[in-house]
Design a binder for this molecule. Structure first.
Ligand code: PLP
Length: 362
């Protein structure tokens, strides 16, 4: 069993560090370790005192408690710390997706959300994003596992309050098993922490992290939230993969979660400003057709005029301007670009200005 190539990764590897203006990434532009320590109020002495043995297999109790505190009614026993959200997804699918299971998800999607279920022999049901944020759409979909990624990568869409309440009520009534991938929960359109659908007592599992939202993807910390028996199996599976997460990463993660109120509002303001500035300028960008400003998260989905290859557009844009975007074809959807809003504001403004002036792109 082997998944197909991870389509976005090759391009990200090639361009992420070379781009003048990186709008290809789905995370906030990274901070340096010294900045991160400042954000988490950690001293070098604190780091020097970290015991370099294995962390507990489930993750340190303090970190699990800090994660549990993000979810109403969730205990530290229901949290597994993982190496990124990617590992949490991998574990969840191996436990929750038997062969021939039907797995429904919003389309287009982050590839791991469907590639791993497919590899395990599942049938995937693609729910198009223009209808996926309506509860009535899901009522007509019969699946063994529903994956709700909100705010959504790559479109930046999420649910209105009324659609959300109706969706949750439906899943509860029908006793459905749901996985909420809430990687972008720390960047809601308004407010400081986005809503969660996670509720272990109803088999509403959760995967998440803060690494993209906080600009610290290199920490490789994520988590799974589930009821204890499910979590125990996931932990045992993890013992064969990464076993434990580095105690350095866990220690920094804990401090960042504890002091997030001191730095997160600034990050949120930056991302919202980038979205606003893109929203007011996208019509001036060559050969673009439509764009809906993200209602949360860090990415959006820009439609191109018909007949244009997203890959050719992205390649030429990078060659001519140093602006890096991801072609929709990497999400198996032609005619779009995925735009990330985590770049520094000055680079975003300069990047948009270069892009706008690039009239000989196609
Ligand atoms: C929706 C979604 N889930 C999970 C992941 C994996 O995240 P991580 O880097 O924490 O493994 C990503 C990464 O882009 C994502 O966009």
């Amino acid at each position: 069993m082997e998944p197909r190539e991870f389509f976005i990764e090759d391009r990200l590897e090639r361009f992420r560090l070379k781009a003048f203006c990186n709008l290809g990434e789905s995370g906030l532009s990274h901070f340096l370790l010294e900045e991160v320590m400042d954000m988490g109020q950690i001293s070098w002495k604190d780091l020097a005192k970290i015991p370099m043995n294995d962390s507990p297999n489930q993750g340190s109790l303090e970190l699990r408690q800090a994660i549990a505190d993000l979810y109403p009614g969730v205990s530290a026993e229901q949290v597994l710390v993982t190496t990124g959200t990617g590992e949490a997804l991998y574990l969840t699918f191996h436990i929750a997706v038997p062969q021939k299971a039907k797995v429904a998800l919003i389309w287009p999607a982050f590839q791991a959300l469907y590639e791993i279920p497919k590899m395990l022999g599942a049938e995937t049901i693609k729910v198009p994003h223009d209808r996926a944020f309506l509860a009535s759409t899901w009522k007509a979909v019969d699946a063994d596992l529903y994956i709700i990624n909100h705010p959504h990568n790559p479109t930046g869409k999420t649910f209105s309050d009324s659609e959300w309440n109706a969706l949750i009520a439906h899943f509860k009534e029908q006793k459905k098993t749901v996985l909420f991938d809430e990687h972008y929960r720390f960047l809601p359109g308004v407010g400081s922490l986005g809503r969660t659908g996670v509720d272990p007592k109803h088999s509403f599992y959760g995967t998440g992290s803060f690494t993209k939202c906080f600009g610290v993807t290199g920490l490789r910390v994520g988590w799974l939230v589930a009821e204890e028996s499910f979590l125990k199996r996931a932990r045992s599976f993890k013992d064969y993969l990464t076993h434990t997460v580095s105690p350095i990463s866990e220690r920094i993660a804990l401090s960042l979660l504890q002091s997030k109120e001191s730095f997160l509002p600034k990050i949120q303001a930056r991302v919202r400003k980038n979205i606003q500035s893109f929203d007011s300028h996208w019509k001036d960008l060559p050969h673009t057709k439509s764009f809906t400003a993200p209602q949360g998260g860090l990415v959006g989905w820009l439609e191109l005029e018909s007949g244009i290859s997203s890959e050719v557009y992205a390649d030429r844009l990078f060659e001519k301007t140093g602006v890096f975007v991801l072609p929709g074809i990497n999400f198996e959807e032609e005619g779009y670009l995925r735009i990330g809003f985590g770049e520094r504001e000055d680079r975003m403004i300069e990047g948009l200005s270069r892009w706008r002036e690039c009239t000989d792109l196609i």
